[in-house]
Ligand binder design. Structure first.
Ligand SMILES: [Zn+2]
Length: 189
């Protein structure tokens, strides 16, 4: 069963998953067109019956604000870093009871650091405490993988709910490799 609908930008860039009601509203308002529908299922309203949309495409191209794209949540951050502390290399499953994965700022917030993708890394709680308010070079703690903004990570939460039809559009836009990467990330949960 399709839980949500994959929304594409006018450029066919996959944007996000939207709830079915919202997808239908966009279609009825003429703001989106149905690209793929779930055959055999109809959504009936008083006046008309619509196929159940699986993939919709916005009629007008929308510019996704940079700050939205750059927003870092711990879910995406930990996924980007493969659920691994970027200082000691331990993975989530290696942590002891009461230890956890946390967000560490390379340049601490208290010293002007940002919450941007290039300044945050996944750290276990002991490493985060050890680093404290110091710069990487002051304490000699450098991340295993230098942090960069992932161009696709905002989709990673959605991939586990994608149907094969929806996944096709991820593959079309980003390529097979990205789809495999996303599926591999989800498999680690
Ligand atoms: Zn650590």
């Amino acid at each position: 069963m399709i839980i949500g609908c994959l929304a594409l930008n006018a450029s066919f860039e996959p944007l996000t998953m939207v709830p079915m009601r919202r997808a239908l509203r966009l279609v009825l308002d003429g703001k989106a067109e149905i690209v793929e529908a779930d055959a055999g299922r109809l959504v009936r309203s008083e006046r008309l019956a619509l196929p159940h949309p699986a993939v919709i495409r916005l009629v007008k191209f929308i510019h996704v604000p940079r700050r939205f794209r750059r927003q870092v949540t711990n879910t995406f951050l930990f996924a980007r870093d493969r659920y691994r502390c970027q200082y000691c290399g331990r993975k989530l499953m290696d942590l002891r009871p009461r230890e956890s994965l946390t967000r560490d700022h390379l340049v601490p917030l208290s010293r002007g650091g940002s919450n941007g993708w290039d300044n945050v890394v996944t750290a276990c709680s002991p490493c985060n405490t050890r680093k404290g308010n110091r710069m990487p070079e002051e304490i000699g703690m450098h991340p295993i993988v230098p942090p960069v903004e992932p161009h696709f990570v905002h989709l990673s939460w959605a991939i586990r709910r994608l149907t094969p039809t929806q996944a096709k559009y991820i593959r079309l836009f980003y390529g097979e490799n990205v789809l495999h990467q996303l599926e591999a990330l989800e498999a680690r949960h």
